[in-house]
Design a protein around this ligand. Structure first.
Ligand SMILES: O=C(O)/C=C/C(=O)CC(=O)CC(=O)O
Ligand SMILES: [Ca+2]
Ligand SMILES: [Mg+2]
Length: 403
């Protein structure tokens, strides 16, 4: 744990070992600024850097993280080292104090312009559950599942900041028992608790990014809620995969936790059998011990353990580029729904209510299968930091409104 001139609680999720980045505005002013939450404040990094000779200061002026993302690992290390020094050494205190804004007073925004958005399907427990629910005759994983990380391309333009209301989508749906499809608001609106990886450094078309180069390209990690209309999805998805059932909104958490803050969270991924192709092999531990929590209207409904994911983020990145597809700054790829082996570790209502057949209970005698208008979902996570500290991810929240 670092010593600091700030008054930080020992158990703060935003200590000096975390230092994630986001974009905020404050005080009724429209300007967007790059911020780093520390304790219960946000350091206005745009303003703090402007008062220094730091070479990276111009990267922080546009109200969006993309220039910093594009700058690459050497710059990322520089910025992190500088912020750490500023918050550690007392001689900076007078200069920085005016740039600390109470966290409770800031409005956070989408931190980066999303280039492309890819979503994977890398939890074995989720894939087994989804298979049994969507395809009752299929009790096994699809034959390709353990050979490649299955994914689909989502809609980057509808990735939204945490707090953005989610309008219940309309669409076609056809319950299995119905003879014909009908049109109307989704009656099976759901969440998917996921972890997102934000690409900083692009790659050239026609080249591949190896698993070993993961940290040269990926800047950091956020939380994702891949809102899903199960009835629309079930009717439309064969044979081309998810389309309108998932493209209406995908929410992301405000703070991007840099990979450097996750050193203590790194664990081996699960043993992979069969052994994957060479391009999917990794020499490094990139499982991540993130403890996720899903709350519905304030009540904890699930605690998905991210370390149980079968395919790791470097494998997903290598797979995404193995055909020569290039990366762009601001690409977001998500883990897929995170579901552990236990009932209370399921990352979707689809699974928690087993396809709507087994309503789950909330305090006060309330039950749910899928989301109702007015429901608020909050997904949060922490990871272990050095010396018993916790690395907080903040949260991604959204409230359903009638469509
Ligand atoms: O198994 C299916 O047909 C569908 C599964 C999903 O909806 C999951 C999905 O979007 C990918 C994921 O988040 O794991
Ligand atoms: Ca998903
Ligand atoms: Mg989505």
């Amino acid at each position: 744990m670092n010593v600091t001139w700030l008054d930080l609680a020992d158990d703060t999720p935003f200590g000096l070992d975390n230092l994630p980045y986001g974009v905020f505005s404050a005080g009724g002013a429209p300007e967007r600024r790059i911020g780093v939450p520390v304790g219960d404040h946000v350091l206005d990094l745009t303003a703090a850097a402007a008062g220094t000779a730091a070479a990276f200061a111009p990267l922080l002026t546009g109200g969006v993280l993309n220039p910093l993302l594009a700058a690459g690992p050497a710059t990322w290390r520089d910025v992190r080292a500088s912020v750490t020094e500023w918050l550690t050494e007392r001689r900076y205190a007078d200069q920085l104090r005016p740039h600390l804004v109470p966290l409770a007073e800031v409005t956070t925004h989408l931190a980066f312009d999303v280039a492309d958005y890819v979503d994977f399907y890398s939890s074995e427990h989720h894939a087994l559950n989804a298979g049994k629910i969507f395809r009752p005759d299929a009790t096994e994983l699809p034959p390709n599942w353990k050979h490649l990380p299955i994914g689909y391309h989502g809609r980057a333009g509808t990735v939204v900041a945490s707090g953005t209301p989610v309008v219940r989508p309309h669409g076609q749906r056809k319950p299995r028992a119905a003879d014909a499809p009908s049109f109307g608001p989704s009656q099976r609106l759901d969440i998917e608790a996921e972890v997102g990886f934000v690409v900083g450094v692009p790659s050239a078309p026609g080249t591949r990014v190896s698993t070993a180069d993961f940290a040269d390209h990926v800047f950091g990690v956020c939380l994702v809620n891949d809102w899903s209309a199960r009835d629309i999805q079930a009717w439309e998805y064969q044979p081309l995969g998810p389309f309108l059932g998932k493209s209406f909104a995908t929410s992301v958490s405000p703070w991007i936790v840099p990979l450097a803050a996750l050193e203590h969270a790194r664990v081996d991924g699960p043993t992979q059998d069969p052994e994957p192709f060479e391009y999917l092999r990794t020499g490094e531990k990139w499982g991540l011990e993130l403890a996720m929590e899903v709350r519905l209207n304030g009540h904890l409904v699930s605690s998905p353990p991210f370390a149980t994911q079968y395919w790791t983020a470097p494998q997903q990145l290598a797979h995404m580029t193995i055909n020569g597809a290039s990366l762009r700054t601001g690409d977001l790829f998500a883990s897929g729904t995170v579901t552990g082996p236990e009932r209370d570790q399921r990352g979707s209502f689809l699974e928690l209510s087993w396809g709507g057949r087994e309503p789950f209970e909330l305090p006060g005698g309330v039950t749910r299968t899928f989301l109702e208008d007015g429901d608020e979902v909050v997904i949060s996570a922490t990871a272990p930091g050095p010396g018993g500290t916790r690395i907080g991810f903040g949260d991604v929240r959204g409230t359903v409104v009638a469509g």
